[in-house]
Design a protein around this ligand. Sequence first.
Ligand code: PEP
Length: 253
Amino acid sequence: MRKKIVAGNWKMNKTAAEAVALAAEVAALVKSDVPSNVQVIMAPPSLFISEVNKATEGIANLSVSAQNCHEKASGAYTGEISAPMLASAGVPYVILGHSERRQYFQESNAQLAAKVDAALENKLTPIFCCGESLELREGGEFLALVAQQVTESLFHLSAEAFGQVVIAYEPIWAIGTGLTASSAQAQEMHAYLRQHIAGKYGQAVADACSILYGGSCNAQNAAELFACSDVDGGLIGGASLKAGDFITIAKSF
Ligand code: PEP
């Protein structure tokens, strides 16, 4: 059985007090309402990770994640945070390759491969994001393009290392736009990626890989998306900023 995961990407939102309050609300609801086989993850701004992490204590199916890390372990990289730093702060997950990082910070597939290595060397679980633009979807080449992102950033890994990675398929045209991929569109891509992974690592590794959907997933549409056989949960942006909505999504399997 693959892990079911619902991860909330808070992006650059919330003050310190708001972050602590949201984490406490999410923690209480995970405890009371979310089945133990669903892993819930909160990815706050890095400044608040340690505070938010405190709210996860004693709740096995609630964790924190970083939204990014640098590929180098340390050095003169002003403003950056490294994988060893995250590990030393008790952070178990890191989102890598979000389309906003690719777009605004020019992160390439090759750089992301190095970030994935840094994360894994420090025992962080990468939540690796991939996804196509509207132009590519309309041009018809989107399946191959997304598979290429996975190939170029992940396929240098051993099967064992690949087994530690979570993938999030996030069509760029659906992120923050209110336009969600239909369940058929999500299932098509997830099944394609799983087949692509099987071609490289074998069916057992592909079957064990959690592939999340992200892109305007909300309390209303999560159940239909999560009912798809190859959709193992969601990476949630806007709807993760309200505890009630986020937990409704986490209960949508
Ligand atoms: C995201 O940015 O990862 C995301 C899925 O955002 P939203 O849910 O707001 O579309």
